[in-house]
Design a protein around this ligand. Structure first.
Ligand SMILES: Cc1ncc(COP(=O)(O)O)c(C=O)c1O
Length: 451
């Protein structure tokens, strides 16, 4: 009985799985923020290279992973699938718990799975510099690393609260050659506008996205890159679920439930979409996304058209949203502080294919500590939401006396998040349920669209 189920480098997937042809119904159009009309590939060209725009809209079920990208993946892929024997024993559960560990990438999370192809397609298109945003710094460090691999310059706007909470992520980005600004910054009109209204703004992903989009749109040689939400990002992350499926086959198991934490939706999509395909084909598998109660996009937001960013410069997409000017509290799971969600994940939640749940911060840290004291890996605060979900499923299995198979994605390690653990042990963290009136206030500002 193995603890770690590992694949060889020649078993890195050769294709990404594109869920678009298997979605329940057609996709809603993505709208231009200025005209409100459906965007065309040409509208997106100032922001993204054509290789990625094609993937955003592709009807092909399988998309070949270019050789240079697959070669780069070899640096850390395939990632191990662990059987959580020690956690199972501590919980005294009859459930089998498996977790896919994405923290073995050089940047420490799943984010390089898409940073590498994004840098690659930009290099092919002649881009010189990439501008991007980051919440907790996981994405920023991943795009900085990928730009380093393909010889691109990189500018990252980092949400101020994380810039201050997680200085080592900034150091990592700088080590890999990126320039990092705390957002809101004085570098862009969007940042200056926010600072004029609120000089002490802690920032948000929505604001940082506005800054990076403005930077890319106003510099000919620069394109924008997003670490989550978009269809092509979810596509790239499917290497996680595709590998996990092969690894579970080797273990002789198939999951009853697949769990991922949810910020913008990409690591959840990565682990879940290959199983959603099985579900669509009649398999009995549940897929569950777990988000923080302080930023409850899928569980308290509305399924509506909204801007992807605060300054209304990014395209308008139909998704679950808390409103583009929603300002989440500065929780430690910085990567889960986004007002919107992947349109693909949103459509699946709305259609009842994906279940969504919210978990409070303290219960997530409690789960992370139990995990670190049994499985020994220190999880990222974001990933602790998936652990909470998996432990709850395992405890329920114990109550029901069922031998359930649980698979979850451990999206990253928490080595650079130790202040979060210190604060937890010092009793400095609170639970925060975002007030319904506040959500209502933000939702009043949704764009009026004609579709
Ligand atoms: C470790 C980790 N997990 C999860 C997330 C959430 O992002 P997504 O929902 O796109 O996977 C982040 C975002 O920064 C992250 O760093």
């Amino acid at each position: 009985m193995e603890t770690k189920i590992v694949l060889g480098e020649n078993q890195i997937p050769t294709h990404w799985y594109n869920i678009i042809p298997d979605m329940p119904g057609p996709l809603a159009p993505v709208l231009h923020p200025g005209t409100g009309k459906p965007v065309t590939p040409d509208d997106l060209l100032p922001l993204f290279p054509m290789g990625l725009i094609e993937q955003e809209m592709s009807p092909e079920r399988w998309i070949k992973i270019p050789d240079p990208v697959r070669d780069a993946y070899r640096q850390w892929r395939p990632t191990p699938l662990y059987r959580a024997r020690r956690l199972e024993a501590a919980l005294k559960t009859p459930a089998k718990i498996y977790y896919k560990y994405e923290g073995v990438s050089p940047a420490g999370s799943h984010k390089p799975n898409t940073a590498v192809p994004q840098a690659y397609y930009n290099k092919l298109a002649g881009t010189k510099r990439i501008a991007s945003e980051t919440g907790a710094g996981q994405w920023g460090s991943s795009i900085a690393m990928a730009c380093q691999m393909f010889g691109l310059e990189c500018t990252v706007y980092m949400v101020r609260v994380s810039y201050e909470q997680k200085p080592y992520r900034k150091s990592m980005m700088q080590l890999w050659g990126a320039k990092v600004f705390a957002s809101p910054s004085k570098e862009t009109n969007a940042g200056r506008g926010i600072l004029a209204k609120d000089p002490k703004s802690q920032g948000s992903l929505g604001i940082a996205i506005s800054e990076a989009v403005e930077d890319a749109a106003t510099h000919e040689d620069t394109r924008y890159s997003l670490g989550s939400v978009l269809n092509h990002v979810c596509l790239h992350q499917t290497v996680i679920g595709l590998e996990a499926k092969e690894q579970l086959k080797l273990a002789g198991d198939y999951p009853d439930v697949v769990i991922g934490c949810h910020g913008g939706g990409s690591n959840f999509a990565g682990i879940a979409f290959p199983f959603v395909a099985d579900k669509a084909a009649g398999k009995n598998v549940r897929v569950v996304a777990i988000e923080p109660t302080s930023c409850p996009t899928l569980t308290k937001g509305v399924y509506a058209f909204d801007y992807g960013d605060t300054a209304k410069m990014a395209p308008i997409a139909k998704m679950y949203t808390l409103g583009h000017d929603f300002m989440p509290p500065g929780i430690h799971a910085g990567g889960l502080r986004y007002h919107g969600a992947s349109p693909l994940v949103s459509q699946l939640v709305n259609a009842g294919v994906v279940e969504a749940r919210a978990a409070p911060q303290l219960a997530c840290f409690e789960a992370a500590v139990q995990f670190a004291r049994t499985e020994l890996i220190i999880p990222a605060p974001e990933s602790s939401h998936a652990i909470r979900g998996a432990i709850d499923e395992a405890l329920q299995a114990k109550q029901e006396g069922k031998e359930k198979v649980i698979l979850f994605n451990l999206s990253g390690h928490g080595h650079v998040d130790m202040t979060a653990y210190d604060d937890y042990f010092a009793g400095k963290l609170d639970d925060f349920e975002y007030p319904a009136e506040k959500v209502k206030e933000s939702l009043a500002h949704l764009p009026k669209v004609a579709v």
